[in-house]
Design a protein around this ligand. Sequence first.
Ligand code: GUE
Length: 291
Amino acid sequence: MTVTARLLAGAPAAEALLADAAARAARLSAPPYLVMVRLGDDPASVSYVRGKDRKAREVGLSSTVHALPETTTQAELLDLIARLNADDRVNGILVQLPLPAQISEQAALHAIDPRKDVDGFHPLNVGELWAGRPALRPCTPAGILALLDHYRIAVAGQRAVVVGRSHIVGRPLAGLLLNRDATVTLAHSRTPDLGAVTREADLLCVAVGQAHLITPDMVKPGATVIDVGINRVPGEKGGKAHLTGDVHPDAAQVAGAITPVPGGVGPMTIAQLLANTVTAAEMQSGGQAAR
Ligand SMILES: Nc1nc(=O)c2c([nH]1)NC[C@@H]1CN(c3ccc(C(=O)N[C@@H](CCC(=O)O)C(=O)O)cc3)C=[N+]21
């Protein structure tokens, strides 16, 4: 198999974003302080939150994790969020998703002070994104734009197709690409003849959560492909489980550039969260607005 596409590795782009965040943090009177709240013991959530906490300390931020029981009530969670909102030392608050069934995601996300909403999920920040005004932006979509900028891949004037309409990736990513003057199509599970749509894309972003949904024939030759999927595939006959994306690996023979899974968008999500925490701290210190 011959791979022709340029590989867009997340690590170097994430390092550049983190170096910039660390330099901005150093100009503040105190280290930006991120508080993460996690409910229950889902192994993926435990591992993501640990990774973010470790990276935060590495770049000189303060970070605390509140690990609450799976049985935490909504009132208890809202009470914790209210205390974090009122605590002037706390610059950023992240409530790890998904939440247990007894808690309304909407109630939790609405409760976070929009100025501390480093996930960019509060409706005020969602509205500002779609209005094209500065605010805290969702980490995965903003991280994808930072990755494209790092590799000097043009966005303005490009035909962008986003597959997947989730609130955490697809929708906000479409908005960010639109704000950067791409011509944007938002496709999803009900889109007829998905391949005909994706083949139009100069920039194809896939965030569905379905392993190898995008096959090589669905990719325009030379296109840039951003694979946001993280799918766990069980090992064959006792072999090790591994991660794979929403894009079939053979698409690398058609694309001009492609992100690997793992090691592509994932590291950018973490770096952008920490950059957002610095931005939140800057805004709270009366400094410049979010970018
Ligand atoms: N409130 C909230 N904000 C989030 O940003 C949020 C969340 N909830 N819930 C879950 C998703 C998922 N997420 C990832 C972060 C890093 C990697 C990451 O670093 N992935 C590595 C591989 C990690 C592995 O081995 O599992 C990679 O792609 O190279 C992946 C996924 C943030 N999320």
